[in-house]
Design a protein around this ligand. Structure first.
Ligand SMILES: [Zn+2]
Length: 175
C-alpha cells in the first residue's frame, strides 16, 4: 500500500526531533568489527558460515552468515558479501522487525527523508551515524527504536490532527 508522500516541512517535525546531532565517538575493537561484519557470532563468539539462505528458508533469498548452534543469521547487501549487520537469533530477529515496523513508517509517510530520520535516531541514541543501523542493534536498542518511533509517530499524529489532516494511524501506547 502506498502512502501519499507529504512535502516535508521542518516546522512540522516534532520538538523531540529537533535537537543537534552530537559528535559522540564510538570505536569498535577487532572482535566487535568482525561481529558487525557477520564473521563472528555475537552469541558464542564462534566463526560463522557463509551459506545460501535456502538452508534456513528452504528457498534461496541470497547468501547469509550463519551460526547453526545459535540459530543466528544475517543477510548481505545485494550483490556483495557484506553483512547487513550482526547475526541475529530468534529474539533479535523479532525485535529488528518491530523496530522497522514503526521506524520505517516515519520516512515512508514522507515526513522526512530516510537518512534524516536516521540522523535524529542517532542523536537520540547518542550514536555516531555510521553505527546507527537497525541491523547493528541489540534487542535492548531495538526496543528503544520502537519506543522512540512511537513517540515521533504520536507527535506527528497530533500535529496532523491539529492541521485537520485525516490520520489513519492509531495513537501508540508506550511503556
Ligand atoms: Zn553462535
Amino acid at each position: 500500500m502506498m502512502i501519499e508522500a507529504q512535502m516535508f516541512n521542518k516546522a512540522q517535525m516534532p520538538q523531540s526531533c529537533q535537537t543537534d546531532v552530537s559528535g559522540s565517538t564510538v570505536s569498535l575493537d577487532e572482535t566487535q568489527t568482525a561481529i558487525m561484519q557477520g564473521k563472528i557470532c555475537p552469541y558464542c563468539k564462534g566463526k560463522t558460515e557463509y551459506v545460501d539462505s535456502a538452508v534456513i528458508y528452504g528457498k534461496s533469498y541470497g547468501m547469509i552468515y550463519l551460526c547453526k548452534p545459535c540459530d543466528a543469521y544475517c543477510g548481505v547487501h545485494k550483490g556483495t558479501d557484506n553483512a547487513l549487520g550482526r547475526l541475529a537469533n530468534k529474539e533479535l530477529r523479532h525485535w529488528k522487525k518491530e523496530a522497522h515496523k514503526y521506524f520505517d513508517v516515519i520516512w515512508k509517510e514522507g515526513h522526512e527523508k530516510r537518512g534524516e530520520v536516521y540522523k535524529h535516531l542517532a542523536n537520540h541514541l547518542k550514536l555516531p551515524i555510521e553505527y546507527c543501523h537497525i541491523g547493528m542493534f541489540s534487542v535492548e536498542t531495538c526496543k528503544k527504536v520502537v519506543d522512540w518511533s512511537k513517540m515521533i509517530l504520536n507527535d506527528l499524529r497530533r500535529l496532523d490532527m491539529d492541521l485537520g489532516v485525516d490520520v489513519k494511524r492509531p495513537h501508540y501506547e508506550r511503556p
